[in-house]
Design a protein around this ligand. Structure first.
Ligand code: SF4
Length: 408
């Protein structure tokens, strides 16, 4: 079925309606050390005026310093785009291809190993597997590719490639495979210490005609919440997050963060929450869509920190370049995966900063850059308790403080 995601609306849908100064002050005064703020406070704060923004940022940075003083982490990774075929057609995606499109590709095992070995030589510790969601359900060509490779599905192939990387290199896999059943959460957890799925938004109207998730059945919020919950039931360290600027409201951003918080309170498995900002590209259906402003991004990060004061908050520096260090002011404690080797295949026009630049700009904000593993230190212990190759590799890669054995 051809993609039919045509974005028709091109006006900003989430204008900031500044909160009144007295309401803002009252809600900010309610912030308590290490205590998550309630929904009504989050909604007031995310609507704050430009004049009030410095105070919001100061509260968020203070919360970050109580959580993880001084340190800002990143994961040195290689990006392994296992297949860019995908059955979904998200309106903002440049990664996906149909079979026959220019650049459509499914990596061979040799290509996977080649990238992983190159990353190893550059001190990487993470193999980030990114891939489209279940392309074989839509494309006979993918079924044929998988048959040729000897696998029943993309997930079977992913599992084998994670195991290959574990066996043949020192890298630790972190797959982002899309929706997963409980069986697949368990299978992938045997070959990777952590995994991820962006919740993106809880706004179901974005699945409607002409919206960002039109013709993207795997982006139904309830299905994504089920996968995240399944990971929680199995205590799998899990990365998720919110994607801002795709047609959701400010309240939606707060509600998406609250949905993540609710699952984390129940299962304690959310190792990281990413705040990702939509960036436009000329080739996407949403090419005319306005990007969220830097102020919107900073407000969302700050409110995420106050909603989740004891959770790792990440924002990708390349999507906020050249002013990415201001994200530290808003309370992030992690830059996410940064590759010295492979481009960001999801946002290829936004190169990652050079690691030395990242270090200098982190230090300019009175912080210290440290290299972590794909699994965060507070979750390493649980994975080390598992038998087999995964825990062996993790033990070899982990320093005494739970971060990467290699120095930043
Ligand atoms: S964002 Fe992910 S699910 Fe959506 S089209 Fe791109 S690869 Fe597929």
């Amino acid at each position: 079925m051809p993609g039919r995601c045509i974005i028709r609306i091109n006006v900003a849908v989430s204008p900031i309606k500044p909160a009144r100064r007295d309401t803002f002050e009252a809600k900010l005064a309610e912030v308590r050390p290490r205590q998550p703020i309630p929904r009504d406070a989050a909604i007031e704060l995310i609507c704050c005026s430009d004049g009030d923004l410095p105070e919001l940022l100061a509260a968020a940075r203070a919360a970050k310093e109580r959580f993880k003083p001084i340190e800002i982490t990143y994961s040195r990774k290689v990006f392994i785009p296992l297949t860019n075929l995908c059955r979904d057609y998200c309106g903002y995606c440049t990664f996906r291809r149909d079979p026959g499109d220019s650049g459509a590709h499914t990596m061979t095992p040799d290509e996977v190993l080649e990238v992983a070995h190159a990353g190893e030589r550059l001190g990487c510790t993470e193999a980030l597997f990114s891939l489209g969601d279940k392309p074989e359900l839509l494309f006979p060509q993918m079924r044929e590719t998988l048959r040729h490779l000897g696998y029943k599905s993309t997930l079977h192939y992913l599992e084998a490639m994670c195991e290959l990387v574990l066996r043949e290199t020192s890298l630790l896999p972190h797959p982002n495979p899309g929706l997963l059943s409980s069986e697949w959460v368990a299978r992938l957890a045997n070959v990777s210490p952590s995994m991820g799925l962006m919740l993106e938004t809880t706004n179901t109207s974005l699945l409607g005609p002409g919206k960002a998730h039109d013709n993207a059945p795997d982006k139904a919020p309830a299905k994504r919440l089920r996968t995240i919950e399944e990971a929680g039931k199995q205590s799998v360290p899990f990365t998720t997050g919110v994607l801002i600027g795709i047609g959701e409201s400010l309240e939606d951003r707060v509600d998406t963060l609250l949905a993540i918080r609710e699952l984390h309170e129940r299962y304690g498995h959310i190792q990281e929450v990413i705040v990702q900002n939509f960036r436009t590209k000329p080739t996407i259906p949403m090419a005319q869509w306005p990007e969220p402003s830097q102020g919107e991004m900073l407000r969302t990060v700050a409110v995420a920190r106050l909603l989740l004061p004891n959770v790792n908050i990440q924002a990708p520096p390349n999507l906020s370049a050249p002013y990415y260090e201001e994200l530290i002011d808003a309370g992030i404690n992690d830059w996410g995966g940064v590759s010295p080797l492979t481009p960001d295949f999801i946002n290829p026009e936004k190169p990652w900063p050079h690691l030395e630049q990242l270090r200098l700009r982190t230090e300019a904000k009175r912080a210290v850059l440290r290299q972590r593993l794909p699994v965060y230190p507070e979750f390493v212990g649980a994975v080390l308790g598992k038998p087999g190759l995964l825990s062996e590799r993790l033990r070899e890669a982990t320093a005494d403080d739970g971060l990467a054995r290699r120095a930043a």
